[in-house]
Design a protein around this ligand. Sequence first.
Ligand code: SF4
Ligand code: SF4
Length: 112
Amino acid sequence: MEKIIAYCGLACDKCGAYIATMNDDDEKRKEVAMLWSKEFGGNIKAEDINCTGCLAADDNVYQYCRICEIRKCGVSKGIDNCACCDEYACDRLLQFFKLVPDAKKQLDSIRE
Ligand code: SF4
Ligand code: SF4
């Protein structure tokens, strides 16, 4: 599967929502909905699990990633991802890296 790196450094091609959507796999949607409901709280439904990745031209992006301020910022700057930003790494991104250190590794490796 093609490598897709979100603005924040998450690997969309490894994300359950992306995999379920690309394979139109309802069992995988259910599995992801249950997992994310447990991890993030709330009652996420299988039908909510639809995303063609953070960079999707069709804007079919999962609801939480759609309202993500990092994504909005990257889109407004017209860059491929935050590694390409002259403000890298901004405070917003540094806060996110505390939660997801792998995202930092990913973006740092792109910058090298
Ligand atoms: S944008 Fe979509 S594929 Fe990427 S991390 Fe968010 S939900 Fe997963
Ligand atoms: S300022 Fe740059 S590094 Fe920070 S979120 Fe926006 S695009 Fe990403």
